[in-house]
Structures are given as structure tokens and as C-alpha cells.
Design a protein around this ligand. Sequence first.
Ligand code: NAD
Length: 710
Amino acid sequence: MSTNTAELLKGAAELFPDEVVTQAHVRHLELPGAVGRFALITLDNGFDHTKPTTFGPASLANLNAAIDQVEKEAREGEIVGVGLTGKPFIFAVGADLKGVELLKKHEDALAIGQGGHAVFRRLADLAVPTFAYYNGAAMGGGVEVGLHCTYRTVSQAVPAFGLPEVFLGLVPGWGGCALLPNLIGADRAVSVIVENSLNQNKLLKGPQVYELGIADALFEGADFLEQSLRWTAAVLKGEIEVVRPEVDRDEAWDQAVARGKQIADDKVHGAAPAAYRALDIVAAAKSGDLRAGFDAEDRALADLIMGGELRSGIYAFNLVQKRAKRPAGAPDKSLARPVTKVGVVGAGLMASQLAMLFARRLEVPVVLTDIDQERVDKGVGYVHEEIDKLLLKGRVNQDKANRLKALVTGSLDKATAFADADFVIEAVFEEMSLKQKIFAEVEAVVPEHAILATNTSSLSITEMSSKLKHPERVVGFHFFNPVAILPLLEIVRAERTDDASLATAFSVAKSLKKTAVLVKDAPAFVVNRVLTRFLGEVLRSIDEGTPVDVADRALAPLGLPMSPIVLLELVGPAVAHHVSGTLHSAFPDRFGVSENLGRVVEAGKRNLYVPGSAKPELDPEVEALFQTGDVQLTEEQVRERALDAIAQEVRLMLDEGVVAEAQDIDLCLITGAGWPFHLGGITPYLDREGVSERATGRRFLEPGVASVPA
Ligand code: NAD
């Protein structure tokens, strides 16, 4: 067994020469209470905690060799048990995704799954009991290796524990899908494997791992290993009996799987296969036949590794993890000026959310202004309520809540309020002349070095700043509603914006913990331009005569967070109409203005569908307003039209230099519009579906980026 495994892994290691290799050090110790000699395997890649331990093929081979050694010792009666732990702060964070990306053939992908199983399963088959001590972060294969052990302990200090595979486009394929439901029951397993994963990769902390029953014991972080070894000794002596609740194998199992399918449908609408494949294995695991479960995991893993969704998922993961941290085109950060006080003009929907964010993240005084006291009070009141919510949830303590509240004040007098502000952001109505007037007023009262920022969704920043004495200090700072949830911040450089102002904007964005993307001063920037273009095509189909329900279902196979009409309702028909008007003025041949939408706005309707109805149902009043033609397209035709339009618009944006690369457009759509990882934002999807070539004559990304290498 071990020789075959060794050969399998050797072959796989040749495909992945740059692996950061994890060592598996074996040391021996005497367990307390004269229980006997014990072998402890420590996983360590030789780096500090900033480079977490992973499992590539050479790492698995090292663990395999360590198990060879302890297997022999166990067989010969030299040890009473085997433990497995990690380096400080990290247990192990699973398969090395860089290696997964390199796999080109189904059989190689299958070998990776089989290799992991073959090594990990040996921990269950040893002649002595095995113990996993989850001392730090454990994810994916890191969690799974422990599931093969006889017992598990977890540290209170574990900050992150979970199975993020489904989130990325994989299944927990080294035992997770088959073992976890048999350990903690199908319902809890579905929560960990599917629900948490699809919920923006929600991770567990040490105490939750214990409460779920994944670990048999929970110990303080400070002397975790010592306590775990003492517990191990007591278990081996029979002083502690580990009793696990019986797993319910009746209807509860099927209901759990059905619940998981519902969660997957709600999140990805059938558009990405990973969650469904994982649930099929969980369903089959009811029989308790682990061998069959592991085989099913190998097949699912290999299929998914060779599929486009995973490649897009890894690409998207790298964008939000890496590119987001080093924004393309940002000036040298040493040019940034400190910000010690913030002014906010307007106290409406966006402005009050911005005041909350600035106060919470920068912890500097924030002053809100508006046209009357009532609006100002409402804005400040909103922030105070939000802080109270944080207090209730235990996210801040009373002292911090008091301090944050004291930082946010309101004023009707800009001259006094902004006299010592370093950064003033306006979020008043979307009107050029109003914004120009506001900036002129603000410029007259703020210090020389202050930055003037605008949250405009579509207007030209260059024009907005054109009448100022110092247009070089104006930047676009475009947030997305809801501000607390959507991470994106489009930072717009106008024609005369200088490097110091831009550097300050990026430094503020970092302190606000936002994903900043540098964008050229072009109509509607990135997200709104793409959304408006595709929404425009859907509305055009409706205006021409395609039934609303057909047009609205057309994009369903992409698994977007919501349908076009629901998106329109969320943005607000009036705002959407306004933005399409701005884009129509800039690019009349590509952006239409829907007359039917105009009628909806004029009638003051906020919804097109009857609110609260179980199925989308067009409001009869809206239907009465609609005047349509008689050209009826199919869902497929509407989809083709909308996707071609997106591809064309993205190509034009790249040609115009709106952003540095296609990657930035994808990052914007993922973090500003919640577009799914399995699409990789949008360009990997357009490439793999052949839309890019059809609509623009070429791909957006090099072959091999976000796709299987040739
Ligand atoms: P809103 O109507 O909720 O708020 C605008 C506020 O500006 C109102 O309270 C109004 O009284 C105030 N105001 C108007 N004139 C003023 C003046 N002279 N001095 C001080 N205050 C004045 O609007 P909103 O949705 O918060 O949008 C504000 C800006 O943010 C717009 O430019 C909009 O395009 C942009 N934006 C909106 C969203 C969104 O989803 N709503 C998202 C991103 C950006």
C-alpha cells in the first residue's frame, strides 16, 4: 500500500516542481502517568505563520513516510498511540491550490485525490489509536487529515477552521464528504460543507468546532499540546471515555441533503456543480460505506478539477486575496497624507453609511452636513443606531461604542465644521451643478491639503472639479450600497488629480478595509457601466415584445446573485433610468433608454413585480404602463444578446484604459456586484463559453489563466 502510494505521489510531484514542501517530523515522548511511548508527527513547512502549511504531492509523500515509520513502531508494540499537530498558529490549510491549477489531465487529477486518501486513511488503519490536535488554522485537507484519526482535540485559539472547497468549486475530496456526516450527522455536515462555504466562506472558531462535535475535547491555546497529551493519556488508560451522540440515519439525513440543495439553489441556481456533487456524496454516505464514499470523492474531485468553474474559482480567489491587496496603478504609498478628521456632505442613504464606516475604521472625528437640521439629525441618528447594533452583537464593547458615537456629529455650518478636515466626501443628489457648487463651497473653507472626494455613481469627476482653484486634490470615491457588505471602492483619477491625493485616497481605502480599484474618469466607471449595459439589453428585449418573465429568466444559467428585474428594483428604477441616461449621452449607439422604464419612473413605481409574491408576478399597474412591440425572443436569444453586449463593453473599457486589465473588471464585479466566483467575475466565463471570440474576435485572458492549461 505505502509503496504504491509513494509511487503515485512521486509521479504527481513531478508535475509540481515549485511546491512549498511540508515536512512531517516524528518525535517520541513518554505520555504522562506512565501510559507509554507516543509518536507525535508535526506538520511544518519551515516558514512562519504567514506561509501556512499545505499539502502538495511531495508534502503528502513526507507524511506518508512518517506514517511508514510509526506504522512499523505500532505493529511492533513500540508505541501506544500517534498524534498529529501543526507548527505555531497553523495546523494545515489543505491542498496547495497552485498545484491544482497545474493539472492538465483527468487521470492526474484523479491521482491527487487517490494520493490524499491513501495517505490519510493509513491513520485510521494503524494498530494504535491516532489523535489529531488542531492547534491552529485548519482548512480543507487540513481538517480532513484529522477526520481520519480516531480522536480529535481543538484549541480555543483556532481562528479559522472549515471546508472551503465548495466555495472554490471543489468538494472536500480527501474524506470530508464521506466522514464528516458519519461523525456529526448529515445536517451539521451540510452546514459546514455547503452552507458555510456558500455563505462567503464562513469559517468556524475553535469552540464551535468542539460544539459541533468535530473535536472530542477543547483546550486553552496557551498549553494546548500539553493538555491534549494529558487527555490522550487519560483516554488510552480508559479514564476518559469518549462518547459521541448517535448519528440520526433516518429521514433527518435526507432532509439535511434536501436543505443543502435548497441552499445551493438559492446561491448558485444550479449554475455551479460543486455543491451538488458534494451533496450527492453526503447523501450516499448514509450507508456508512466509506470506501465507496472515498471513490465518489475521487471522481468528483477529478471532474471538478478539470472543469471551468474551479479554474474560475481559483482565479477569483487570487483576485480578492492578492490583487485586491496591491491595487494596479496605485501611486507610491509614501506620498499619502494623514487623515485626522473627515467631513461628509449630505446625510442621506449613502452619506450616513459612509459616516459610519469612516468613524468605525479610521476612528477620527466625522462631521455630517445637510440642508436642514432634521436631515442632519436623521443621519447622525442612523450612525448611533448602527453602533448600538454592533454593541448588541458584541462586536464592540460599551466603552468603544461610546467613543465611536462621540466621534460622529452633525452641523449645518460647513465653514466651521470643515475648517480642520483633511478629507471631505460629498454624497448629495446626483446633479453636476449641485456637486460643483458644493465643491466650491467646501474648497473655500477647508485647509490647503484637504482631499475633496465624491461618491458620484456616473458623473465626470474632471468636469466636477473644473471650476475649482485646486482640481488636483479631487478624487472619485465610489462606494456600493450596502456599504457595509460590498467591499468594492472604485477610486477615480480625474484628469488633474495629483499623485499625493490619489495615494491618500488609496491609504484611506486600505484603512476602511475596502477593495480599491483604480478607475479612469469614464462614464459610470466599471460596475455600473457593465450592469447598465446588460440590463439595457434585457429591457430592450422587453420593449421589443419579449415577455418580462422570459427576459428575466434569460441569465439564470449564470447563477448571478439576482435576476435583472430584481436588480433593477434593488438599484431603484429612477436611479437606473438616470444612469442609463448618462451612459446614453456618452455612448448613444450602445446604451438605449427604455421608454417603458421611463413610464415606470414617471408613475413613481419602485417595483415591477408584486412585492412579496412567491413567484415573480408583474404588477398589473406596471403591465398597464408597458407599450411593447411584437418581436418575441427566446431565453437563449436574450442571453446571447446580453452576453455579447457585456463582452463588447468590457473590450471597449479595456481599449479605453478604464482599468489596467481584465482582472480589474472581474475584481470589480465580484466585490461590487457580488458576481460569483464560479464565473471568475465575468471574463473567464465569457472566454470559456466562446462569447468573447464571437463578440469581439478574441479572448480576454491568456489560455491557461482561469482555464485548464493547453
Ligand atoms: P440621498 O437622496 O439618499 O441623499 C442625498 C442627500 O444629499 C439628501 O439628504 C439631501 O438633503 C442632501 N443634499 C442635497 N443638497 C445638499 C446640499 N446643498 N448640501 C448638503 N446636503 C445636500 O441620495 P444617495 O442615494 O445617498 O446618493 C448620494 C450620492 O451617492 C449620489 O451621487 C449617488 O449617485 C451616489 N451613490 C448612490 C448609491 C445608491 O445605491 N443609492 C450608490 C453609490 C453612489
